[in-house]
Design a protein around this ligand. Structure first.
Ligand code: GTP
Length: 236
């Protein structure tokens, strides 16, 4: 069976890598996610990954009014690198070829982000993990995911979350809230639905990159959506 998508940008939240502890790294979960990434890689899918950093530090929430915003965001960018290195290492242990590129130069640790090199790595079958978000404060790692997806011409953004789709209301508060199979960007923005922040949402709308949002709880979902199975919600 041929994958539906040839080049994808996978966004993983940092919290998802922490498992139930919600802080730090749960290598059992990372291992399961990496098994599926390996399976997709072996199916010939080109995979770029952006990872959040919330399992170590959430700029605004953790810095709050105790820190200057830009510096708190810089700490968040560095938190993403911890996750990138952990995921890269586990992928390598599983025999997957991987490169880490960071938006802020730290050459002793990773390659600097160079778009054309990233694309070359993808073409050679390497997984590319993008660290440090966009490299700019005030931008989320969701925005980084959309930006990198646009730059590498990804077919789709895979938003693996702790919720299984986009709902008309928070299903924890409204148990019978309706889940959307598909929804347009403009509707997401107009209804202020919690898919991504509005900067990330409008960037993907302006660049016509569809988003598939689904639950990471079962990591196999990553493979399922790449193979065209309709789970979660498609934002287009
Ligand atoms: P090609 O040979 O162009 O296909 O790519 P390559 O990544 O295999 O070759 P390159 O010589 O660029 O890199 C060899 C190894 O060094 C890879 O593991 C890279 O990730 C790593 N590397 C390349 N540039 C840097 C850098 O600036 N900093 C760090 N830390 N590693 C780098």
């Amino acid at each position: 069976m041929e994958p539906t998508y040839k080049r994808v940008l996978l966004k993983l939240s940092g919290e998802a890598l922490a498992g139930s502890a919600s802080r730090g790294l749960d290598f059992e979960i990372i291992g399961k996610v990496c098994d599926v990434i390996k399976k997709c890689n072996e199916a010939g899918v080109e995979i770029g990954i952006v990872i959040g950093g919330g399992n170590f530090w959430r700029g605004v929430k953790d810095g709050g009014d105790r820190m200057e915003r830009t510096r708190a965001d810089h700490m968040g960018m560095m938190a993403t690198v911890l996750n990138c290195l952990a995921v890269a290492d586990v992928l390598e242990q599983k025999g997957v070829s991987v490169r880490v590129q960071t938006a802020i130069e730290m050459r002793e640790i990773a390659e600097p982000y160079i778009r054309s090199k990233a694309v070359r790595h993808l073409e050679k079958g390497r997984v590319v993990i993008f660290g440090c978000g966009t490299g700019c404060p005030y931008f989320s790692t969701d925005t980084a995911a959309v930006l990198r997806a646009a730059e590498i011409n990804a077919d789709v953004i895979l938003l693996a979350k702790n919720i299984d789709g986009v709902y008309e209301a928070d299903p924890k508060l409204v148990p019978d809230a309706k889940k959307f199979d598909e929804i347009s960007y403009s509707e997401v923005l107009a209804k202020r639905l919690a898919v991504m922040d509005s900067t990330a949402t409008s960037l993907s709308m302006d660049n016509s990159i569809p988003i598939l949002l689904f639950a990471l709880q079962d990591p196999e979902n990553i493979y399922r959506v790449i193979m065209g199975e309709k789970i979660g919600t498609k934002v287009y």
